[in-house]
Design a protein around this ligand. Structure first.
Ligand code: MOS
Length: 741
């Protein structure tokens, strides 16, 4: 097969996209191509690889929140049925390497425990149950030290968050204090949000085996290209000695961006035993030892003229993380660009705490930051006596107010207008607590949605085979988002093939390094690499056909030029392959790139019990070209449901004496269930963003959650007249303020 390469750095817009092609498969609400495999149990997940001679590993947790491990009662464990070994000489005590694809190695050689139930060893046995029984009973002796467990008591100790994250920790324009002092109308309020867990459906799992070439690890990861580097680093191998296979992933939401402790433990145990080892986390271990979303404490200050023109915006945020860790929750991200105002202050400070590592969880930054910002805007609207939709429209910036650059595309106002129209916003009763149905108070709320758009380097190889099919290969993942399907659609559109003649192979380091799934960049980045590969192939096919590429039409497996038509199989000879590579370029900084939307909802609050029920929902989004109307909609639905959880139920409780997570399962950590979710209307406005990538698409995976919880909180306020600023808005916080039935 003849191979070539094509690279594009996004320095210039791609005004003419080849996705507006002849095949007509792009954008359509096509069912997931991997759907039948999944519903019939034939999609193999990390914990399902049946290798010969497999042994089972179970992580052992430190029974204290801070201190030094002195010893483990290995002999007692080994005396238990089926136990093969307790592996501690891999210098466990590994933290997740974690975060956004950066390749920091987990700390090695550390016997200090930094959080309660930090993994300190792995028990390996002939069966999973035997390993678990021994692992749960293994005595861990430690020198316990006083830890830093409370955040609330130590907010005064918050320090500037480290530089180098998603946003600069401290930013200021103009003079906010002066703006606040001079403004006729101001808001100065503090919102808090709790720690959360991604709680992906599939627990973290790794099956490790060693061969002559090194380590193969079947794992559940979002970003195999960087996870491989982390794993190699952690166990002292060259990158090409590690192969991660992550073909199907049952959700991640950030918790699988980096490697989790069970991966290194399984790899080292497998090496020591000379047998493959499978280590699957229990649901409780997922809560205990993968990343949490940080709790936040957010002060929002708004200054406005009497007619609702913002003159100042302040967003001072505090999050928490382990001592020495760099990640901070970038809660002020959207505040940088959502509304105009000449005087702006955005700060990110951090409290150090001995709680499980905090890291990225779906829409890190916007998801919690917009809870505060979008509720505060609602509070301002009420003070001004202005409709909250109108207030937002009056503060629509023409250019990015922080960087003073143009927006690549921005249809926020259209989303607000279309959402209001569809929802019937004009008919709402603006007076809080004024609408009753029986014992239910009825309220309506809305919020804007925004999520930064990013492009990440990505490679994919696309081959046209001798029998006229296309094969797409990249180590990009499908974490439930629809990657298999949309990459097939992109290749099908550009090569003129129906989808049953396109095969997509993902999640394996033996394929070119893809962007991975994270930060809403997955589809745009990996899709662009497929696009470029196909663009290269189109040129080569045109060449073989003897026509100019812009006169070439590819449709239904045929190449057509002027009055000639040749089957793709014939043109391909013994096969043609091109590797496409996309990289972010000047347009990343030269413009502000983000996706936008608007949420509207109706919430009923029971006057007797205080419970809140979301009854109706409309969201309108504009996120560039929609690659598949069905998978895109599913992403938005999932994000909105996530937002319901953030507003109403989700909260990790840490025991302030030990840092221990108290509610470490899905019975006690409450995510929304079917009965909590109303019918949700999701609408996409047509949009193309030539500055984002050759697909002209923008990120959508984290757009739905952004702002969603604020719409719920604002509706609860409208229903009850009770403004709760401490998320989640549980019934106990409402009851006192409710009127008698
Ligand atoms: Mo996302 S929190 O980058 O999976």
């Amino acid at each position: 097969m003849s191979d070539a390469k094509r690279t594009l750095v996004m320095d210039d817009p791609v005004e003419h996209s080849l996705l507006d092609g002849a095949q007509g498969v792009i954008g359509r609400p096509i069912d997931r191509v991997d759907g039948p495999l999944k519903v019939s149990g034939r999609a193999t997940y990390a914990a399902e690889y049946a290798l010969d001679d497999l042994a089972y590993g179970y992580l052992v947790a430190a029974p204290f929140g801070r201190g030094t491990v002195l010893g483990l009662d290995v002999e007692a464990a080994k005396a238990m049925p089926g136990v093969i070994d307790v592996v501690i000489d891999y210098e466990t005590f590994l933290r997740n390497a974690q975060q956004g694809g950066e390749t920091e190695a987990p700390e090695q050689g550390v016997r200090e425990v930094a959080y309660f139930r930090e993994p300190v060893a792995i028990v390996v046995a002939e069966t999973y149950e035997q390993a678990r029984a021994a692992g749960e009973r293994l005595a861990v002796e430690g020198d316990r030290k006083p830890g830093l467990y409370s955040v609330a008591d130590r907010l005064g100790e918050a320090d500037k968050a480290p530089s180098g994250g998603a946003v600069e920790p401290h930013f200021a324009n103009g003079d906010l204090d002066a703006a606040m002092a001079a403004a006729p109308v101001t808001v100065d309020v503090t919102y808090t949000t709790p720690s959360q867990n991604s709680a992906a459906m599939e627990p973290h799992a790794s099956t490790a085996c060693w061969g002559d070439d090194g380590l193969t690890l079947y794992g559940s990861y979002q970003m195999p290209a960087s996870d491989r580097e982390q794993l190699a680093d952690a166990i002292g191998l060259e990158v090409d000695q590690v192969r991660i296979v992550s073909a199907y992933v049952g959700g991640g939401f950030g918790s699988k961006l980096g490697i989790a402790p069970e991966s290194v433990a399984a790899a080292v145990a497998a090496k020591k035993l000379g047998r493959p080892v499978k280590a699957v986390m229990t649901r409780q271990q997922v809560f205990d030892a993968t990343v949490r979303r940080s709790d936040t404490h957010q002060r929002v200050r708004l200054a406005a003229t009497a007619d609702g023109q913002l003159t100042g915006i302040g967003h001072d945020t505090i999050c928490s993380n382990l001592p020495g860790e760099d990640f901070f929750e970038p809660a002020g991200t959207a505040t940088h660009f959502l509304y105009a105002a000449p005087n702006r202050t955005i700060r990110h400070d951090m409290v150090r705490v001995n709680r499980v590592l905090s890291g990225s969880m779906r829409a890190p930054g916007e998801a919690v930051g917009m809870l505060a910002l979008e509720c505060a805007i609602d509070e301002l609207a009420e003070k001004l006596g202005l409709d909250p939709v109108e207030l937002r429209k009056r503060n629509e910036p023409e250019r990015d107010p922080q960087k003073d650059v143009a927006f690549s595309s921005r249809r926020l106002v259209d989303c607000l207008d279309e959402g209001a129209r569809r929802f019937g916003w004009a008919e709402r009763n603006a007076t809080p607590g004024a609408l009753r149905r029986g014992e239910w108070l009825v309220g309506h709320g809305m919020a804007a949605s925004a999520r930064s758009n990013k492009l990440k380097s990505s490679e994919a190889r696309v081959a046209v085979t001798a029998d006229g099919r296309a094969v797409v290969e990249t180590d990009m993942t499908d974490i439930g988002t629809g990657t298999y399907t949309i990459l097939a659609q992109i290749a099908g559109e550009m090569l003129g093939l129906p989808l049953d003649r396109v095969e997509v192979r993902l999640g394996d380091n033996c394929f070119p390094p893809g962007a991975g799934s994270g930060g809403s960049w997955g589809a745009g980045s990996s899709g662009s690499s497929v696009y470029l590969a196909c663009e290269g192939l189109r040129e080569r096919l045109a060449d073989r056909l003897g026509c100019a590429v812009d006169e070439l039409t590819l449709k239904d497996g045929a190449a057509i030029c002027a009055n000639r038509q040749v089957a793709l199989a014939e043109l391909a000879g013994d096969g043609l392959a091109t590797t496409g590579r996309i990289e972010a370029g000047k347009l990343d900084d030269a413009l502000r790139q983000a996706s936008y939307g608007a949420h509207f909802c109706e919430v009923h609050v029971n006057m007797v019990t205080g419970e809140s029920r979301v009854r109706r929902w409309t969201s309108v989004f504009a996120a560039g070209r929609i690659l598949n109307e069905k998978t895109a909609r599913s992403q938005c639905l999932g994000g909105i449901v996530f937002g319901l959880g953030a507003a109403l139920t989700e909260e990790l409780f840490h025991d302030v004496r030990t840092g221990k997570i108290v509610n470490r399962d899905l019975a006690e950590y409450h995510v929304p269930v079917h009965a909590d979710v109303p019918p949700i209307e999701v609408v996409f406005l047509p949009e193309r963003d030539a500055y984002a990538n050759p697909l002209q698409s923008k990120g959508i995976g984290e757009l739905g959650i952004s702002g969603a919880g604020a719409a719920v909180a604002n509706a609860i306020y409208n229903a009850t007249g009770v403004r709760v600023r401490d998320f989640p808005l549980t019934l106990d916080e409402l009851l006192d303020g409710l009127p008698p039935v």
